[in-house]
Ligand binder design. Structure first.
Ligand code: HEM
Length: 125
């Protein structure tokens, strides 16, 4: 093996292909969704505990900051489901596991997520 192989650790010049971005986003959105489940279950529990609990949960949801977090959670979930369906379609052999189809399906998953994210913003506002 060559001892002096070219190494590029300058993150500003590294360009990720869309498939790499789709993969990283899928992991990040999975972790965000995992953390979100705890927050959302707590909010659901509070809202169902009593009429005062419901009013408290509704008051929490009124803040712009919380709405923004909620929009982020919905966007992460949307991407995770789109990316997940893309993975499952490839795993079950419905779509081809080639570079061209991988790139196209990554663009489609990201594109659908952008649309769902806009819908989520309208829903949350
Ligand atoms: C509460 C809901 C969910 C949580 C917390 C969650 C979380 C995660 C996490 C943390 C990973 C690992 C990502 C990685 O290490 O790269 C993962 C992978 C995966 N998730 Fe989810 N997920 C959820 C719902 C879903 C749904 C609804 C789908 C179906 C569309 C889905 C499809 C997948 C698939 C196919 C993988 C494997 C991807 C691979 O092979 O790299 N997930 N999920």
């Amino acid at each position: 093996m060559k001892k002096q192989r070219p190494v590029n650790l300058d993150l500003q010049t590294i360009r990720f292909p869309v498939t790499a971005i789709a993969s990283i986003l899928h992991r990040v959105s999975g972790v965000i969704t995992f953390v979100a489940v705890g927050i959302l279950l707590w909010l659901l529990g509070t809202s169902l505990s009593s009429p005062e609990g419901f009013a408290h949960a509704a008051a929490i949801m009124n803040s712009f900051f919380v709405k923004f977090i909620f929009w982020g959670i919905l966007t992460a979930l949307a991407y995770h489901v789109c990316g997940g369906i893309r993975h499952l379609l490839m795993d079950f052999g419905v779509i081809e596991e080639s570079l061209a189809v991988g790139k196209l399906s990554a663009y489609i998953a990201i594109g659908i997520t952008v649309l769902l994210s806009i819908l989520a913003a309208v829903f949350v506002a």
